[in-house]
Design a protein around this ligand. Structure first.
Ligand SMILES: Cc1ncc(COP(=O)(O)O)c(C=O)c1O
Length: 399
């Protein structure tokens, strides 16, 4: 009954651990979930008001397939204002979340046999989406020594005649690492030697940055614009995960191929959400900055507290709302009841079942030595979670 395509797909590990946490909560256990990939804030009021008005005005029909002209213009204006980039509305396709923009970009550009280079630790969906599109994910392993950022020579070494695209995600899910302009310039030097390779630059965490302003590959190397697909959306910066609104900005040829796929798959994103998105981009950023400030306080607290756990290794991430500690010092240790922690998945299951903290194992992100903590929870919850984590790690013993 089931296609080979579906069988080859791995289910989302992040959703799996959240489901397990929910199940334990349902059984009455106290669980703090540090596994969510979404802000714990409310969508700003003026954005909600625009959506309510859209409903009241009867703005309920299908919109243009690529998004309303008004929203695409707001995106063009934002890309100019915040990122110094020139696009026209024809280069923009608005989708049901950035996830769909990325998935459709792969579908529009990848043929069987094409390779897509994905630095690990990676966002869980990239390799699966590449596989769904018939391509081959090629994982570029990075090291915590370099804050899990790809090194240009490693990128060069993985390029083959079949390389179709490179995925860049900055600030990163799951590590929070952010490339500096100089690092991006070095990556661009390598890319210039491979003029047919596409760049997919996922900048969904653009507004959640703590050191300086966000820089994308196109600010560092504007000459790459004709082969870069810029991915962004409203979920993270504006706390709008459930509104399902994201977009791509890219070469018109790719935008129209994605539009064709979208026209057959989903028609267009929600009309109401698009009005909300327009208000987000045309309105004030005060709430975004308030959320950023809260995330920064939590980041400082959580990273400093994690560094007090002997053997855990992590760096201060520059963006997003994740920390990705290296827990290799704990692999091979034993729990009080004698079971051995072989992998980061074993570790996360132990922390969840025995200490009531849900984090996501690095196995899910292609980096088995680490695990991801999301600090998109209140400071009180974070403090309690840290107390539990300290106890949990402290109780692990050498075999
Ligand atoms: C790196 C990255 N890209 C894209 C997305 C998709 O965001 P959305 O589909 O909610 O716009 C996420 C969400 O978790 C993400 O972490």
């Amino acid at each position: 009954m089931i296609s080979q395509r579906a069988k080859n797909l791995s289910p989302s590990e992040t959703l799996k651990i959240s489901a397990k946490a929910k199940e334990l909560i349902r059984q009455g256990k106290s669980v703090i979930s540090l596994s969510a990939g979404e802000p714990d804030f409310k969508t700003p009021g003026h954005i909600c008001a625009a959506a309510i008005k859209a409903i009241e005005d009867g703005f309920h029909g299908y919109t243009m397939n690529t998004g309303t002209p008004e929203l695409r213009q707001a995106i063009v204006d934002k890309l100019k204002r915040d990122n110094g980039l020139e696009y026209s509305p024809a280069d923009i396709v608005v989708s049901n979340g950035a996830k769909q923009s990325i998935g459709f970009t792969f579908l529009a550009t990848i043929d069987p046999g094409d390779e897509v280079i994905i630095p690990s630790p990676y966002w869980v969906s990239y390799p699966e989406m590449v596989k769904l599109a018939g391509g081959t994910p090629v994982v570029l392993k990075t090291s915590i020594k370099n804050n899990y950022k790809l090194q240009p020579e490693d990128l060069d070494a993985l390029m083959t005649n079949n390389t179709k695209a490179l995925v860049l995600c900055s600030p990163s899910n799951p590590t929070g690492a952010m490339y500096t302009p100089d690092e991006l310039k070095e990556i661009a030097k390598v890319l210039r030697n491979y003029p047919d390779v596409l760049i997919i630059s996922d900048e969904i965490y653009e507004y959640i940055v703590f050191e300086g302003e966000h820089t994308g590959i196109l600010q560092a190397a504007p000459d790459l614009q004709d082969r870069t697909v810029l991915i962004n959306g409203f979920s993270k910066g504006f706390a709008m995960t459930g509104w399902r609104l994201g977009y791509l900005a890219g070469p018109a040829e790719i935008a129209s191929a994605v539009a064709k796929i979208q026209s057959q798959e989903t028609s267009a994103p929600s009309s109401i959400s698009q009005k909300a998105g327009e208000a987000a981009y045309n309105g004030p950023l005060d709430d975004v900055l308030t959320m950023r400030k809260a995330f920064k306080e939590r980041r400082d607290y959580v990273v400093n507290a994690l560094l007090e756990i002997p053997g855990l290794n992590c760096f201060m991430p520059s963006g997003a709302f994740y920390v990705f500690p290296d827990c290799s010092a704990y692999l091979g240790k034993k729990t009080k009841d004698g079971s051995v922690i072989h992998t980061s998945t074993d570790l996360c299951i132990y922390l969840l079942e025995q200490h009531g903290v849900a984090a996501v194992p690095g196995d899910a992100f292609g980096e088995p030595a680490g695990f991801r903590i999301s600090y998109a929870v209140s400071m009180d919850q974070l403090k309690e979670a840290i107390k539990r984590l300290k106890k949990g790690f402290n109780e692990l013993e050498d075999e």
